[in-house]
Design a protein. Structure first.
Length: 281
C-alpha cells in the first residue's frame, strides 16, 4: 500500500510557492502528493514534474468544482466550462504523470437543491452526457476519472456508492470509477465496509479521512472494518489523507471548518500517516 497527502493539508491554492511540499512529503514518509487544481493558471507542470522526479514522490491530480465548473448545470455555459475544466485537469495530469483525476466532477460542490424528479432526471442526463465526453477524452490519454460521492451537505447529486454505480452504468466507460472518502461515507453509508465491498473493481482512489476531517485514527471510524473490506476486494493501491487548514479562510469556509483539527498541519499529516502505516502498511 502507498500513502499520500493532499496539498490542502498545507496550502491553497497550489502554486510554485508550494513546491516545498514535495520535500516535506518525502521527509514525512509519504509516497504521493495529491495536488488540487483550484486555478490552472497557478500550475507549473514542468516545475511539478521536476520536483516529483527529484524527490521520488508520485503526483495525483484532483479537481476543485466551484462555480462555473458544473457539467450538470441548467446554464449551458457552466456545463461547457465544466467540461473544459475537466479536460484541463486531464491535460495537467498527463503533463505531470498522474494516472488519474479525482473529484466530485458531476456538479458544482455545494449545490444542494430539493429538485423535482424531472429536474433530477434532466440534471443526470446532462451529467451523463458530459461525463461520456470527458471520459473519452481522458481514455485517449490513458487517464482514469475517480468520481467522489459527497455528503448531503455538499451535494444533492451523489451521496452513496449505490448512486455512483448507477451513474457509472449510464456512462459505460471503464476509466470512470470511484474516489471513496471515509469522511463522507461515515455520514452517508449505512455501513462503510459494505459500501466498499459493493464498489469492488471500481475504486481508483481512496481518501482515508477522519470522521471530523482531522487526523485518521483519532476519530470514531471503525478502521478495522475498513481494512477488512479493502482486503476482501483486493484493494492495495494507495490511501490518501485529505484534510484542510483552518488558517486558509476561503477553504475553511467552503468546507465548514470552524476550528483547528490538530495541533498543526504537520502534526495531522505525520500522526495520520503513522496510524495508517501501522494499520494498513
Amino acid at each position: 500500500m502507498k500513502f499520500g497527502a493532499s496539498s490542502f493539508i498545507w496550502v491553497s491554492p497550489f502554486s510554485n510557492d508550494s513546491m516545498f511540499l514535495f520535500e516535506k512529503a518525502k521527509s514525512q514518509g509519504f509516497d504521493i502528493l495529491e495536488i488540487c487544481i483550484e486555478n490552472p493558471d497557478t500550475i507549473d507542470t514542468e516545475a511539478i514534474k521536476k520536483a516529483a522526479e527529484e524527490t521520488g514522490i508520485e503526483v495525483f491530480i484532483c479537481g476543485a468544482f466551484g462555480p462555473g465548473r458544473d457539467i450538470s448545470a441548467k446554464n449551458p455555459a457552466d456545463r461547457e466550462s465544466g467540461v473544459a475544466y475537466i479536460k484541463t485537469c486531464v491535460d495537467i495530469a498527463v503533463a505531470v504523470g498522474s494516472k488519474l483525476v479525482s473529484g466530485p466532477m458531476y456538479a458544482q460542490t455545494g449545490r444542494c437543491n430539493l429538485s423535482t424528479p424531472e429536474q433530477k432526471k434532466q440534471q443526470t442526463r446532462w451529467a451523463v452526457d458530459n461525463m461520456k465526453v470527458v471520459a473519452a477524452y481522458a481514455a485517449e490519454k490513458g487517464v482514469k476519472l475517480a468520481v467522489e460521492p459527497l455528503n448531503r451537505f455538499e451535494t444533492d447529486f451523489m451521496n452513496t456508492v449505490d448512486q455512483g454505480l448507477e451513474f457509472f452504468d449510464q456512462i459505460g466507460a471503464d476509466n470512470v470509477g470511484f474516489l471513496l472518502d471515509t469522511f463522507h461515507m461515515n455520514i452517508e453509508e449505512k455501513r462503510i465496509s459494505e459500501a466498499i465491498k459493493r464498489a469492488k473493481g471500481r475504486i481508483f482512489n481512496f481518501h482515508s479521512c477522519a470522521s471530523d476531517r482531522g487526523t485518521p485514527g483519532n476519530d470514531n471510524i471503525n478502521w478495522d472494518e475498513v481494512k477488512e473490506a479493502l482486503e476482501s476486494i483486493g484493494y492495495d493501491e494507495h490511501l490518501v489523507i485529505e484534510s484542510f487548514n483552518a488558517d486558509i479562510t476561503e477553504i475553511a469556509r467552503a468546507v465548514s471548518l470552524w476550528r483547528p483539527l490538530a495541533a498543526s498541519a504537520d502534526a495531522l499529516a505525520v500522526d495520520g500517516l503513522g496510524f495508517l502505516k501501522k494499520k494498513f502498511g
